[in-house]
Ligand binder design. Structure first.
Ligand SMILES: Cc1cc2nc3c(=O)[nH]c(=O)nc-3n(C[C@H](O)[C@H](O)[C@H](O)COP(=O)(O)OP(=O)(O)OC[C@H]3O[C@@H](n4cnc5c(N)ncnc54)[C@H](O)[C@@H]3O)c2cc1C
Length: 336
């Protein structure tokens, strides 16, 4: 009986677990998540923060692995190190998990960690269920001022969440990174939408300092020395794969775990999928990362099959495997 360990309970990890169960009915599967609420709809976090979705509808009790008595879910357990030569994963609570096959599907997080330690605790982020609950708990509502520093899809989603909550939003972003080139939604349309929603967009200004106004909000000083008084600061910067725990493991990591089109890492029994992976396509000569719930699921399915059979399925070169989003069209969501 093989032991499969799957790091991450997002769409990539759960889809992989479903396929492993189909392909290897006797398998022992262990899923690991550092989150205490491991199964929820990440693309719906903004709607929850906006106050338009009940907490219970964000959580996914329908996740098939939850009904599988032979799949163990280790929630609230952080992966600390991976030792490929020992086929062992070390969790931060000191316990170890041994595997025959391992999947790395720990997604991506905002680069916020790089902010100076002194400022970090003053800044919210929106990448998990816990983040969303924390923001909702601040009670910022109609008329409150919120400063968002960010870019791309996640920046837009965070701005939308606060705007729909009735807040006044100032959005600090970068001219080139504001909107990704090649997106099916035009940059000009995104900007027009923000302006029509009365979001104040400030290009090429960054947060330099955040001063606590005696517990009554914050004064943000920007790189142009502009002072902006706000009730809450949120960051939604570029995402980067959450694979720091692989340092020293010998696994090839370059803006994500480098995998071939069968999603195999530099170790034969270890695969990676979803936002944590960087797919190297030797035929087309590119490497590519994922962003999107559906495409993460697609990659998870491919990885699940290959975990069991050692290979045989490949991710395609099309958008379906790299950027298939779930949810309503981006600019039509504002009235949700
Ligand atoms: C604000 C926001 C809005 C989005 N909007 C959309 C949208 O509208 N449509 C869309 O399709 N996509 C959207 N996305 C993107 C989409 O959610 C992701 O692409 C998708 O969830 C990636 O799936 P994944 O399984 O690779 O990783 P994730 O869903 O990120 O799951 C990662 C898992 O790994 C676990 N983990 C991470 N590190 C560790 C560790 N060290 N130890 C243990 N566990 C760990 C986490 O707890 C989690 O279970 C959005 C993302 C964000 C942040």
């Amino acid at each position: 009986m093989r032991q499969y360990v799957i790091l991450g309970t997002g769409p990539a990890g759960t889809a992989a677990a479903e396929v492993v169960r189909q392909e290897d009915p006797k398998a022992r599967i262990t899923l690991v998540s550092r989150e205490f609420t491991p199964f929820y709809l990440k693309p719906a976090l903004a709607v929850f923060v906006a106050g338009r979705l009940e907490r219970d509808r964000l959580i996914r009790p329908d996740t098939p692995v939850l009904k599988d008595p032979y799949t163990e879910v280790r929630a609230g357990a952080r992966v600390y190190r991976v030792f490929p030569h020992e086929s062992r994963v070390l969790l931060s609570d000191g316990t170890s998990l041994y595997f025959d096959r391992l999947l790395v599907a720990t997604g991506a997080v905002s680069r916020m960690g790089r902010r100076a330690t002194e400022l970090r605790h003053k800044v919210h982020t929106l990448n998990s269920f816990a983040d969303a609950v924390r923001i909702a708990g601040t009670g910022v509502g109609k008329g409150a001022w919120v400063l968002v520093e960010g870019e791309g899809h996640t920046g837009l989603e965070v701005v939308r969440a606060f705007a729909m909550r009735g807040c006044r939003v100032v959005y600090l972003t970068n001219h080139t990174r504001f909107w990704p080139p090649g997106s099916p939604v035009a940059r000009a349309d995104v900007l027009e939408k923000l302006l029509s929603e009365k979001v104040e967009v400030l290009f090429d200004e960054t947060v330099l300092d955040i001063l606590d106004r005696n517990g009554d909000g914050y004064r943000v000083v920007t790189s142009t020395r502009r002072a902006i008084d706000v009730d809450l600061v949120c960051e939604a910067g570029a995402l980067e794969p959450a694979v720091g725990y692989l340092e020293g493991s010998g696994m090839l990591v370059d803006r994500g775990v480098v995998v071939d089109r069968e999603l195999r890492t530099s170790f034969d029994n270890i695969f990676a999928a979803g936002d944590a992976a960087r797919v190297f396509d030797s035929e087309n000569g590119w490497t590519r990362g994922n962003f999107g719930w559906q495409s993460a699921r697609e990659q998870g399915r491919v990885a699940g099959y290959n975990l069991v059979h050692g290979g045989g399925r490949r991710v395609g070169a099309s958008e379906a495997h790299f950027r298939r989003l779930t949810g309503t069209a981006l600019l039509e969501r504002w009235g949700d």
